[in-house]
Design a protein around this ligand. Structure first.
Ligand code: HEM
Ligand code: SF4
Ligand code: SF4
Length: 507
């Protein structure tokens, strides 16, 4: 099953992997779908354990190693245990950040409206690397010595410095308290920069998921706690610049660049790092398909702010309405932030198909995929004798292929996102003669536009405006979470809806 996905390209293979993990972990604990949130959790664990370590840490060149080694030996709990947590959380943070980048890359999320998220994410990766490496330098054991000297050799290849950094490590006397203060400053300052950068990174994301789902959160914290208890981290012998360190218990996750530099040359590794960063920086320049942009119709917008609350990319703001009625506001879309998902149209109170006007004019809509067109097509399909009694399927174009559901028993409508559908369309389809209605959304973590599936489920369950009317019989419609590849689940939902067996999935 994985091989055909691989042949279909990295995106399909990645989605397939996520689907497998979603089955293993259950949808809301799928780690690959929440990598940003897991990274935030690991950052929090690093800050908490780091504060404890800083309290006992002696920031002098001679005292650094002693203070941490003593902590581990004399106070295995909580001191040594927190120290181990700090190390494992740093490893995890770097791994998860790289995986997060890889996911966004493979899913093609470096261009268009996501360009800003991509470009603000890149410095974070650099900060994570530097912070993690800095932890090893501070420990100032043989491994820290190796990492510090190797990092200095790498930086010396940069044509920026007038004096070689490696001169600070020629002998024990060269490692002054001043140099050590600089190392402490880097290890504390860079994470602060990281926090600041993270704030920027999340500016364009409305309601960013910064806390993983409960099951995943407990899993991550529990694993780290266990790892720290079972495999406590200990210091190696104190640094001795007279001796070249050998037989190091190595941290391959953070320090992998140094052996590569040993095997090749620091200059080559530096060129490699710069090349990778340049490629990552250039990715957003690639051409991308132009997306529809939501357009507001001032005559039908009353400034209720539902679209502002539901937009996943903070693309809508409210401004004073040009009709100058006191206190009335108008939605305004920032085109460069708009993903063209249509979730705002699904949220707008004016987007009800029961309106008698010949053209369904709504407060906000995607002109190229308008709700007016959807209503006309739906009406036309159901008013035809061959359409009556069929199951109407409203499916997300990113999820299970709705085209495969276009059978003799179903009439299919493909949406930009399931969240584009105002719930009143379910009621409308049934009143126009549909035998049942299926709304096909992607699973929560797989929603292309982050919040579409969540809002769809909440609106149908009448937990969020606009609500599906309670009078709509639950056995006449069904919400199915079916990602690309889950076509059998969609087919089963259609069959159940056709039998009148459909029970709504409540969120
Ligand atoms: C410290 C490291 C990082 C943290 C903590 C972090 C965290 C997050 C979080 C919480 C989100 C919002 C997820 C959601 O609610 O859907 C996000 C989105 C995103 N991140 Fe990161 N991120 C980090 C690094 C990066 C890096 C290195 C890149 C790539 C260069 C990146 C690219 C993106 C993109 C493109 C999105 C938008 C996803 C979307 O539109 O659905 N991030 N990040
Ligand atoms: S189409 Fe999507 S991204 Fe654009 S304004 Fe509407 S909800 Fe926001
Ligand atoms: S949901 Fe509709 S009416 Fe409300 S602010 Fe947005 S466009 Fe205007």
């Amino acid at each position: 099953m994985a091989l055909p996905a691989l042949r279909a390209g990295p995106r399909a293979a990645w989605m397939q992997l996520e689907r497998i993990l979603a089955r293993v972990f259950a949808h809301d604990a799928n780690p690959l779908a929440q990598l940003g949130a897991v990274a935030c959790l690991l950052l929090l664990l690093l800050l908490i354990s780091g504060i404890y370590l800083y309290v006992v840490f002696d920031t002098s060149a001679t005292g650094g190693w002693r203070s941490i080694d003593t902590l581990s030996r004399q106070q295995p709990f909580p001191g040594g245990w927190l120290r181990s947590m700090h190390r494992y959380a740093a490893d995890g943070f770097l791994l998860v950040t790289v995986l997060h980048l890889l996911r966004e890359w493979v899913l093609g999320r470096s261009t268009g409206f996501r360009r800003a998220s991509w470009l603000t994410g890149l410095p974070l990766l650099v900060f994570v690397y530097i912070s993690a490496m800095g932890g090893f330098w501070l420990n100032w054991d043989r491994l820290g010595q190796y990492a510090a000297v190797a990092s200095a050799e790498l930086l010396d290849r940069l044509p920026l410095l007038t004096a070689a950094l490696t001169r600070n490590f020629v002998n024990a006397d060269a490692v002054s308290d001043r140099l050590f203060s600089l190392l402490v400053f880097i290890h504390l300052g860079v994470p602060l920069l990281l926090l600041f950068g993270l704030w920027f990174h999340l500016q364009r994301i409305h309601r960013p998921m910064v806390v993983p789902a409960r099951a995943l959160l407990l899993g991550v914290v529990g694993t780290l706690m266990l790892l720290a208890a079972v495999l406590p981290v200990s210091s190696q012998a104190p640094a001795d610049l007279a001796v070249a360190p050998t037989a190091l218990a190595f941290d391959w996750i953070v320090l992998h660049l140094h052996p590569l530099a040993d095997a090749t040359s620091p200059g080559l590794v530096l060129v490699l790092i710069v090349a990778v960063l340049l490629v990552l920086l250039a990715l957003p320049l690639r051409a991308h398909a132009s997306l529809p942009v939501a357009v507001v119709d001032p005559d039908h917008c009353n400034g209720c702010r539902r679209c502002v609350d539901d937009c996943p990319y903070a693309a809508i703001t409210l401004e004073p309405h040009p009709n100058a009625k006191p206190g009335m506001q108008l939605a305004v879309v920032a085109a460069n932030r708009c993903a063209g998902c249509g979730i705002c149209a699904g949220a707008c109170p004016s987007a009800t198909p029961f309106r008698s006007a010949q053209r369904l004019a709504t407060g906000i809509d995607l002109p190229q995929h308008s709700l007016d067109t959807l209503r006309r097509q739906l009406h036309a399909a159901l008013s035809h004798a061959s359409g009556r009694g069929k199951v109407v399927v409203f499916g997300c174009q990113h999820g299970a292929g709705v085209a495969t559901a276009d059978t003799a028993d179903a009439i299919v409508f493909s949406l930009r996102c399931s969240g584009q559908l105002p719930p009143a369309f379910v009621d409308y389809a049934l009143r126009c003669g549909a035998g049942g209605v299926v709304i096909s959304a992607c699973s929560m973590g797989a929603c292309e536009y982050r919040l579409g599936s969540r809002w769809t489920a909440a609106r149908l369950a009448a937990n969020r405006e606009p609500r599906l009317r309670r009078s709509v019989p639950e056995n006449r419609y069904r919400l199915v979470f079916a990602d690309a590849g889950d076509e059998p689940a969609l087919a089963a939902a259609i069959a159940a809806a056709g039998d009148g067996r459909a029970a709504a999935v409540r969120s």
